[in-house]
Design a protein around this ligand. Structure first.
Ligand code: SF4
Length: 280
């Protein structure tokens, strides 16, 4: 297998949205069925022994990666984060950011995430989708504004906006900038199309903007394909091993096997063998 491999923990297939293009077939109709914390810790531990070039970069995803906060379980994400920090990992959480519309939820979630980042002494990244498919700009603008305006949150939380190379994504990004301006958060375009976002005293942060991918696949709109992706992960330098809340391991969104009764090295070897048999 060429390149490095990262671990993604898909903790739930529940999501408050039901996007037509969802690669994960997630939605509000799915039970939350959160991955047991003992299993999340086990996967992170076993990943250290996988005989490939692992990248100490861990993603918590879904569905909605921050759903536990919305279901009254504020200790769930901090427990996984502390496990990632313990092995010197770098965490990213994928979220649609709609929870940012509610003041209390936003305040509780951001404070909790920042506390974990301080305890782990490493930045925590929120990957937030901003494109033509998500109706989330108000929540996302509130989240960015709260982080930039808080001396406590600002050093702890980094934000990455993910979209596509489409006119719809560009419009969504422009609208988001306008919403930030309405909240007295000024922005400028930096190198690589990232944004510098600043409050009135000029303190601020860099928001990473990733909007270079084409829409390769229409997710749930292509129901005959169980595992779909918006990029071409099998052709990438970075391989993704996803473990989900149903004990399934999926390599590069293409090859899946049950984990039950096996360790991640055993599962990974089998997945990689199948991938190389396909010439990838
Ligand atoms: S694309 Fe993201 S926000 Fe939309 S349904 Fe899927 S997981 Fe939820």
């Amino acid at each position: 297998m060429y390149g490095v491999v990262t671990l993604s923990l898909k903790i739930t297939n529940w999501c408050n949205l039901n996007c037509a293009h969802c690669c994960e077939c997630s939605g509000a109709h799915n039970p939350t069925n959160f991955m047991p914390l003992t299993r999340a810790e086990q996967y992170i531990g076993e990943f250290q022994d996988v005989p490939y070039h692992i990248m100490q970069h861990y993603t918590i995803s879904g569905g909605e990666g921050l759903a536990p906060y919305q279901f009254g379980n504020p200790d769930y994400i901090p427990t996984i984060l502390s496990c990632i920090y313990k092995i010197d990992g770098i965490p990213t959480i994928k979220t649609n950011g709609v929870w940012g519309e509610k003041y209390n939820m936003r305040a509780e979630t951001l404070k909790s995430l920042a506390k974990s980042a301080y305890l782990g002494n490493k930045l925590l990244t929120l990957d937030i989708s901003v494109d033509e498919f998500h109706n989330n700009l108000t929540g996302v603008a509130n989240i960015i504004a709260d982080v930039v305006q808080s001396d406590y949150l600002l050093p702890a939380i980094r934000i990455c906006l993910l979209g596509f190379n489409t006119a719809g994504t560009k419009l969504a990004m422009d609208n988001l900038r306008q919403k930030l301006e309405d909240r007295e958060i000024h922005s400028e375009t930096l190198q690589n199309n990232d944004w510098g976002v600043y409050r009135n005293d000029d303190k601020g942060m860099r928001v990473v903007v990733g909007a270079e991918h084409e829409v390769h696949n229409l997710g749930r709109a292509k129901q005959n394909n169980v595992y779909t992706a918006t990029g071409d992960p099998a052709g990438s330098y970075v391989n993704c091993l996803q473990v989900d809340n149903n004990n399934l391991a999926i390599l590069n969104y293409l090859y899946a096997e049950q984990i039950a009764g096996r360790n991640l090295t055993n599962v990974m070897n089998s997945l990689v063998m199948r991938m190389s048999q396909d010439g990838k």
